[in-house]
Write a protein that binds this ligand. Structure first.
Ligand SMILES: [Zn+2]
Length: 110
């Protein structure tokens, strides 16, 4: 049972006490708890995304004019896309040799 559910239970118990001032106070408290709960969820999500981003940054390394991922030996990835926007864009083989990015058209021999 979450804190929001706990407060909901208390609100319904206070409602039965027939005390308007107490009921008003508990409703305000309920609103504040719900706000804190939502803020907590948003912060947890932001922290998780940040941790994923840091994990990815630790995993990426530069070699032979492109970026690669250490954990799965995957690559090559585009240098400008990673440097500018922190996006891992795969470099694909061109018809005239080398590899290029389909987004920014960065090329390298790989
Ligand atoms: Zn690119």
């Amino acid at each position: 049972m979450s804190v929001v559910d706990d407060v909901k239970t208390v609100v319904s118990l206070v409602q039965k006490m027939d005390n308007a001032a107490l009921y008003t106070q508990i409703l305000e408290l309920q609103t504040k708890v719900q706000g804190l709960y939502m803020e907590n969820m948003d912060l947890r999500k932001a922290l998780s995304e940040k941790e994923q981003r840091l994990k990815l940054e630790d995993d990426v390394y530069f070699e032979h004019g492109a970026y690669w991922r250490n954990s799965n030996n995957d690559g090559p990835y585009c240098v400008p896309c990673w440097d500018d926007k922190r996006k891992l864009m795969r470099l694909t083989p061109t018809s005239f040799g080398g590899v290029s990015c389909n987004i920014c058209h960065y090329m390298c021999d790989e």
